[in-house]
Design a protein around this ligand. Sequence first.
Ligand code: GKR
Ligand code: MG
Length: 429
Amino acid sequence: MTSHAIRHVRVTPIAFRDPPLLNAAGIHEPWALRSIIEIETDSGLIGINESYGDLPMLEAMAKAAPALTGLSPWALNDMEVRVAALVTPRQTASEFLGIQVSLAPGTHVSKTVAKVISAFEVAMMDLQGQLANAPVVDLLGGAARESVPFSAYLFYKYAEHIEKPYAPDPWGEALTPEQLVAQARRMIGQYGFKSIKLKAGALPPDQEAAGLLALAQAFPGAPLRIDPNGNWTVPTSLKVVEQLRGVLEYYEDPAPGLDGMQAVAKACDVPLATNMVVTDLKEFRRNAEMGCPVKIVLSDHHYWGGLRATQRLSLMCETFGLGLSMHSNSHLGISLTAMTHLAASVPHLSYACDTHYPWQDDEVVQGGRLRFDAGSLRVPTTPGLGVQIDREALVRLHENYLQCGIRNRNDLAQMQKYDPSFTGAQPRF
Ligand code: GKR
Ligand code: MG
């Protein structure tokens, strides 16, 4: 009988072009890192996935990979126990890496076990789907929707990276309301998104509020969100929400910490969303104990412990009367496809999800860039994830990784190249 036991785990770090996007921590570096995970069985099947590509994550995956040898692709619970036993998180605050932890929870070492489990789980579910001749969404209970809506994720940005490592991106500068509206028109024209999210916390809040109001005027009726990543004090958060009265669908991470969010929640009637202060079940519990100042959890299977763990989170959200949507980081099509299977399988997920995808111009999957229809992605119906690695692209993207010299994301240090006095201290405004 053919053995489908796991024989080998291969992790390939990659890097791809990322525009100079501004955020609370600083600015994106010219190259974003990811890792491509391949889990191979004795029978020669290969399950794939995409995850973080920073060095500690690569080290953690390398440490955990041998634990999978001999395991059945169906043995997800066993895999979780084995990974947890091998990858013990270090606890001290000094272990935080490069970027502000809360802005990018995926870089927090306390999430290492959950991140590695997720990285392996999705690849194992891709294998399961190939074995069962079923798409991953069916392994998750079946599709509650045939396609998944995403939002236009706008950023303030410079026209070009300071190092000029390659030709400027086609998006141009976006620092004024007019430029922001032009960016939105371009993105919505290409992808058909219906909802709009503005990454804020980078320019003075009055300018960012003016940007959002210009969007509200240019796209009447479009659900709008603003996300300064906790870079505003409580008084600033309240001033901005007043300026934006009547235009916000939800208010994402205005002030720092659950206490800051609670102070904002008490004084405003727009629901608060987060990917910064409810990032695991311990924080979920604290939010509940505080009377749920956060009303919408922006999940991310890459650090919540995988697709099944995010389904469990959905149940928790339903139980506590919270909404659920999805956070993203710079990523390519394997991550986006996994998000799509998951979002399709969760009836409770009722907002358009975030994605950085329009900011990337490369791909690692066969067939190139994924195609959106009216801002949504159709859930694949072919076995497993339904996407395959383009081997030539993988070699090229790995070569980028070797050449680019970046090993951990560091938006703060990158911003200091433009402005040596920039400290990144938060809340800045
Ligand atoms: O890519 O600059 C960025 C984002 O700010 C990202 O780091 C955040 O984690 O997209 C994220 C968010 O919604 O907070
Ligand atoms: Mg956010």
